[in-house]
Design a protein around this ligand. Structure first.
Ligand code: HEC
Length: 224
């Protein structure tokens, strides 16, 4: 009987407490008040824990989402950059091709005599496709290899702003149709230690043609 009363009082007291009335006018024993209070406290503490957990979870989720968003943004920026680079490269290549087509058409009327052969700039344009991944003919544009603008008449290793190997820098050769004709047959034999990763052109005619193409398209520099 006593247990039931206590229980009832506890419920009533808890209800009052929950409604903001506290245990003030319950009129019950202090033991019941104390139990009721501690029940309310426990409930409140549990609620607080639950709230904390929920806040933590929400915070984690927000952080994860922010991270994922930032990763996605990074990926997109990277992809956009790559695409822009590819497009710039393709545009440059197309421009090179167009220029090559114009100028070598003019050059092919003259022809160039190299090592006793007649070099055809138009035919050389196709051979130069094998050099184009590393060399261009625009002045001051170094890629994997140095710009070949104005290369004829220069000493080996003298294109400004290009970091040559010691071997190429100190070869002490002057580039002419003749020396380049020999060099291009087997670059690693002609300049031992060169870092130019190109095996060479076996065909004499290909060499004469590519040299004619380079001469007709900027290789002679301001004199060309
Ligand atoms: C894979 C890239 C690559 C290809 C392909 C390539 N070259 Fe090179 N070339 C280089 C590099 C790198 C150097 C500088 C070598 C060094 O410093 O040892 C170089 C150097 C040269 C030089 C000497 C330049 C100087 O200032 O002394 C000439 C001439 C040359 N290349 C012509 C050609 C020609 C013509 C072709 C095509 C038939 C060609 N290269 C293909 C990368 C390349």
């Amino acid at each position: 009987m006593m247990k039931l009363r206590l229980f009832g009082a506890l419920i009533a007291s808890a209800a009052l407490a929950a409604c903001g009335g506290g245990g003030e006018d319950s009129g019950d024993t202090s033991a019941a008040d104390t139990s009721a209070d501690s029940a309310v406290e426990q409930t409140a503490a549990a609620a607080e824990d639950t709230a904390d957990t929920a806040v933590d979870a929400a915070e984690d989720t927000a952080t994860d989402m922010a991270d994922a968003a930032s990763d996605a943004a990074d990926d997109m920026a990277g992809a956009a950059e790559d695409a822009a680079e590819n497009m710039a490269g393709a545009a440059q290549d197309a421009a090179d091709e167009a220029m090559g087509a114009d100028e070598s058409a003019a050059g092919s009327e003259e022809g160039f005599t190299i090592a006793g052969l007649t070099g055809d700039p138009e035919a050389g344009r196709r051979v130069f496709a094998r050099c184009r991944s590393c060399h261009v003919l625009e002045e001051g544009v170094n890629r994997v290899g140095p710009s070949l603008y104005g290369i004829f008449g220069r000493e080996t290793g003298s294109v400004e702003g290009f970091r040559y190997s010691d071997a190429n820098a100190s070869a002490g050769i002057t580039w002419t149709g003749e020396t380049m004709f020999e060099y291009l047959e087997n670059p690693r034999e002609y300049i031992p230690g060169t870092i130019m990763a190109f095996p060479g052109l076996r065909s004499e005619q290909d060499r004469a043609d590519v040299i004619a193409y380079i001469k007709a398209n900027g290789g002679l520099g301001d004199e060309g």
